[in-house]
Design a protein around this ligand. Structure first.
Ligand code: PAF
Length: 283
């Protein structure tokens, strides 16, 4: 039988619960989420369970990583089904602060990440994003004091940003990346996929197919520029508006000109109707 996780909504309640776990010598893995949980999140939880004796999942739709023009208000909120999924996975605790608990009146401190946060990918189109992510993830780490934190590779630049931040600020948490979980047709699982119309849902896997085709050509020895132009053409022909379709160094996210500069990663962001999708694969 599944057991409901303990739900903490205030910092003092969370502190007491974390102190209790620590007294019992538990190791803690944190899975930061914004809710609207799908099988991709479940795979993060399962990886967390393999790493630590206790798993904390945070559910907080973080306003500071959304621009005023973005979908903060419309972001899917599916609390009941989220808790049912976490109970089925035997998660120990859910950290679910309100906005006022995370950003109390007078809050005035912000982390400004550089390095991978300024790689010219997501940051070019969402300049507010990584400041908001770094600030909230920094807070989640000091609140939950985890030994491990699990992030999906789907948000690849985010994974690099939080890894760099944990190292630079000596946060004492090991960041673990978890492989992207895909639908059968290759579309990366994302809470935002619910925005796609049935027609757009049919087109959406083109992103994955285009990345695979460009990766295949690069591995076969084609020039990077031509392999990437081919993939970008497939995406545009399917009806997307491209923000970027780039191959970068997988660790630094710096530009590359040849396969020998690798390990390489292809990263894409594109809009289909009003939905913006991101994805990436290793070359
Ligand atoms: O990837 C997400 O869901 C969010 O960016 C995160 C890491 C939970 C921070 O709000």
């Amino acid at each position: 039988m599944s057991r409901s996780p303990l739900i903490a909504r205030t910092v003092p309640t969370l502190r007491r619960a974390i102190d209790n776990l620590r007294k019992r010598k538990a190791t803690i893995a944190l899975v930061p989420t914004m809710g609207a949980l799908h099988d991709g999140h479940v795979s993060l939880v399962r990886l967390a369970k393999r790493r630590a004796s206790r798993v904390v999942v945070s559910i907080f739709v973080n306003p500071t990583q959304f621009a005023p023009t973005e979908d903060f208000g419309a972001y899917p909120r599916t609390w009941k089904s989220d808790i049912a999924k976490l109970a089925a996975e035997d998660v120990d605790m859910v950290w679910h602060p309100g906005v006022e608990a995370m950003y109390p009146e007078g809050f005035a401190t912000r982390i400004a990440p550089e390095g991978p946060a300024l790689a010219g990918l997501e940051d070019r189109f969402r300049p507010h994003f990584f400041g908001g992510v770094a600030t909230v993830v920094g807070k989640l780490f000091t609140q939950c004091r985890p030994d491990f934190a699990i992030f999906g590779e789907k948000d690849f630049q985010q994974l690099r940003v939080v890894t760099q931040m944990a190292r630079d600020l000596d946060l004492g948490v090991k960041i673990i990346g978890s492989r992207t979980v895909r639908e059968r047709d290759g579309l990366a699982m994302s809470s935002r996929n619910v925005y796609l119309s049935p027609e757009e849902r049919q087109i959406a896997p083109t992103l994955y197919r285009a990345m695979k085709e460009s990766a295949r050509r690069i591995k076969a020895g084609d020039a990077i520029a031509s392999a990437m132009a081919g993939g970008a053409g497939l995406i545009a022909a399917a009806g997307f508006t491209l923000d970027y379709f780039e191959v970068r160094h997988a660790e630094t996210l710096g530009p590359v000109t040849s396969r020998k500069d690798g390990p390489l990663r292809i990263l894409v962001a594109a809009r289909l109707g009003s939905t913006r999708l991101i994805d990436n694969i290793a070359v």
